[in-house]
Design a protein around this ligand. Structure first.
Ligand code: PGA
Length: 253
């Protein structure tokens, strides 16, 4: 079985002091569980809170990641942060192509590919997000969208690069809406993504890649997702902001 990843995407919440406070509460909740032995736990604060999170997570098995990078290493790109900078701050993961980045900041599949390549060059583990919008879901275009996002953003990686990424299936209609996909819908989407990976990178690579589900995951619905062999963990937004709630989710891995 693939080792699961339980990830917290904090989005634009929590300053450095609030980050430190969160870890003070979260770490003891993990101490009495065997979750850290069973899964990778990754927390994605804002770039500004990454250093505080790195300090607070020291000595635990929790890894820290950034929510976005720019693909250039350095230069005149006002407002951007590079993979190298994130890595130097102690992050080991990065989210690429989150639907909020695609929707509000115009991120394309081509940008997702460049950011993923640059993350890998910087020594970061990327979680690449894909997922269909509500109207695409309603009009039965989920498969078409996932195939297109895979082809445009992931298929351009080399086999070696692909072996280092994880993928998150996050249907846009389920993000922050309280309306999660059913475990069955998610597992179907995961199978489709895995079959695209198989076509492009071969069976071994496709079986090894970890595919997470994200979109309104909560302590009371995580178990249904975790019962699906196809679902290798979760990328959790709102329900990860509270340490008790995220600890319960991690406990289901
Ligand atoms: P949500 O967000 O859990 O609040 O729906 C998930 C995400 O955007 O990664």
């Amino acid at each position: 079985m693939r080792r699961r990843i339980m990830a917290a995407n904090w989005k634009m919440y929590k300053n450095a002091a609030q980050t430190t406070n969160y870890f003070e509460q979260f770490k003891p909740l993990l101490a009495n569980s065997n979750s850290p032995a069973r899964c990778d736990i990754v927390i994605f604060p804002t770039s500004l809170s990454v250093p505080a999170a790195v300090v607070a997570a020291a000595g635990s098995s929790i890894s820290i990641g950034g929510q976005n990078i720019y693909w250039e290493r350095k230069g005149a790109f006002t407002g951007e942060v590079s993979g190298e900078m994130l890595h130097a701050a102690g992050a080991t993961w990065v989210i690429v192509g989150h639907s909020e980045r695609r929707q509000y900041f115009g991120e394309t599949d081509g940008a997702v590919l460049k950011k993923t390549q640059s993350a890998l060059e910087a020594g970061l583990n990327p979680i690449i997000c894909v997922g269909e919008r509500l109207e695409e879901h309603k009009s039965g275009k989920t498969a078409e969208v996932l195939v297109r996002q895979f082809a445009g953003g992931i298929a351009g990686l080399t086999e070696e690069q692909f072996s280092k990424v994880a993928i998150a299936y996050e249907p846009v209609w389920a993000i922050g809406t309280g309306q999660s996909a059913t475990p069955h819908i998610a597992a179907d989407a995961h199978r489709l993504i895995r079959s695209e990976a198989d076509k492009r990178f071969g069976q071994e690579a496709a079986q090894a890649v970890r595919i997470l589900y994200g979109g309104s995951v909560k302590p009371d619905n995580i178990e249904g997702f975790m019962r699906q062999d196809e679902i290798d963990g979760s990328l959790v937004g709102g329900a990860s902001l509270d340490p008790q709630s995220f600890a319960k989710i991690v406990g289901a891995a």
